[in-house]
Design a protein. Structure first.
Length: 253
């Protein structure tokens, strides 16, 4: 009875025991799919998590190891590993030991490949190239190196490529539109002034009003001529009167 209680206590403590000392370290920063700075996801090497020999270790320690592996897999949001561990726990002791010895690395690698495929689907050109190169291999080290370092290096290149053309495209667009809208307004003002040219109409009305008797009296050179002719006629009339009077006085004498 005490052995079962001790085993249960060890199983409970396994969920609180860090798999490796590196888990307490603060992960470095990196860019996510939207080019925002976040903490990197550091994926663990399952070979480093298995610190006992599953074939010779006590069974209670084997089950503690399984609990640690399941906790790490859940932290990484793995899919295949937790299911495989649950299936192995449902079997015999020998089945569990065999799984931890021969199959756990393959299942862990499957989950790593799933994560790389997800990054490839959401990544840019550099992420795609680096991810495809890793997926063409079966190396655990290559998969871990990509997810922990190579992925973020490729994202930096893709984010830098996206940020470069964005300002030039937005600043160049308003320039032609501004000039295009300014030119019609400049040409519109002369057309308005051209339509205002009929203002000299009052000069024509002045000429017309002079001929209808409603204008001002005629003065100037014409008046002087008429006055001169009238004066000349008066002088001629006076001269004729004096000559006629003299002739009458002569005939009377």
């Amino acid at each position: 009875m005490r052995g079962k209680i001790l085993a249960g206590a060890l199983m409970a403590l396994a969920f609180f025991i860090p798999a490796t000392p590196a888990a307490a370290e603060t992960p470095p920063l990196g860019l996510d799919e939207s080019c925002q700075m976040v903490e990197r996801k550091v994926y663990k090497d399952v070979r480093e998590l298995i610190t006992i020999d599953p074939d010779t270790a006590e069974y209670i320690k084997v089950r503690i190891l399984v609990a640690q592996l399941r906790s790490a897999a859940n932290d990484h949001s793995f899919v295949a590993t937790p299911r495989a561990l649950q299936t192995a726990l449902s079997g015999s002791e020998d089945d569990l030991r065999t799984f931890l010895t021969t199959d756990i690395e393959e299942v862990w690698l499957t989950d790593l490949r799933i994560k790389i495929s997800q990054a490839l689907a959401a990544g840019g050109t550099n992420v795609d190239e680096a991810a495809q190169e890793v997926l063409n291999t079966s190396s655990m080290d290559a998969h871990l190196a990509f997810l922990n370092d190579g992925l973020y290096a490729a994202r930096e290149l893709d984010c830098a490529a996206q940020a470069t053309p964005t300002p030039s495209a937005t600043t160049a667009a308003p320039t032609p539109s501004a000039t295009a809208t300014a030119s019609p307004t400049a040409t519109a003002s002369p057309t308005a002034s051209a339509t205002d040219t009929p203002t000299p109409a009052p000069s024509a009305s002045l000429g017309a009003s002079g001929g209808e008797g409603g204008g001002l009296p005629v003065t100037g050179a014409n008046t002087a001529t008429v006055a001169g002719i009238g004066g000349a006629l008066l002088l001629l009339g006076g001269a004729g009167y004096l000559i006629g009077r003299r002739r009458r006085t002569r005939f009377a004498s």
